[in-house]
Design a protein around this ligand. Structure first.
Ligand SMILES: [Zn+2]
Length: 233
């Protein structure tokens, strides 16, 4: 809107800003490590990492009055709640990308066949396996928030790449990104079509990572066509 004075643009933007809008530029930098110190758990060398597994959390992390009272504020109660999550990274419904555990920590997000070698990245919320499913109990994200999720995911992939590259140059190039479904028959909807089409697939070309939807382990199954690039285009 070059014809309007700058201050008027700002006024209009504020007037029509959706409540949950998060600045994309901020979201890219907001990768906050909320548990930066080592506090036990099994340790692995960074060079053991050979894959990234994406998840949906299946829930939104609410906090109750008791937790807020104990923590002193809602923000602190949320922070404490996220510390209990076993994924290395979480993108929250507020559009923040959080690192919960250092990559050297062997956490429990994908079963014993995969935990040791993988990094777990989860999107907060309950999302449908397929968009045509009834979605009345699902987390509703605006188109803007789906873009924020995608941007946050790209930041996380870049972050992982930077950390691994410092450990061993070259090892992080083309690091495969797969889904929880490919490891477990009980997680067929993890992360689901909506997140794949709107968040995961658009983010990958902006990063050094590579999508791998055919790899299968144990009782897992390949990603269906609806989860693949170009589907429905
Ligand atoms: Zn999962």
């Amino acid at each position: 809107m070059p014809l309007l004075p700058y201050f008027l643009q700002q006024v209009l933007e504020d007037r029509f800003r959706p409540i949950r809008r998060v600045d994309l530029a901020t979201s890219r930098k907001v990768l906050r490590q909320i548990a930066p110190t080592w506090s036990g758990g099994r340790r692995r060398p960074l060079r053991a990492i050979n894959r990234i597994i994406v998840h949906q959390t299946g829930i939104e992390f609410g906090v109750n009055d008791k937790q807020v009272k104990r923590a002193g504020s809602i923000a602190e109660a949320h922070r404490r709640r996220f510390l209990k999550v076993k994924y290395h990274y979480v993108v929250t419904t507020a559009g923040e990308a959080l690192q919960i555990h250092p990559l050297e920590r062997h956490t429990y997000h994908a079963g014993k066949r995969a935990n040791r070698w993988t990094v777990g990245v989860a999107f907060e919320g309950r999302f449908p396996r397929f968009e045509r499913e009834r979605a009345d109990r699902h987390t509703k994200l605006t188109s803007f928030m789906l873009d924020v999720y995608s941007s946050a995911f790209a930041s996380i992939l870049e972050d992982i790449h930077l950390i691994l590259r410092t450990a061993e140059p070259g090892m992080a190039e083309g690091l495969p990104v797969s889904t929880h479904r490919q490891i477990s028959k009980n997680r067929k909807a993890d992360p689901g079509e909506l997140l794949m089409q709107r968040v995961v697939i658009p983010a990958i070309p902006r990063t050094p990572a590579a999508l791998d939807l055919d790899w299968v382990v144990g009782s897992g199954s390949k990603a269906p066509k609806e989860w693949r690039p170009g589907w429905g285009a």
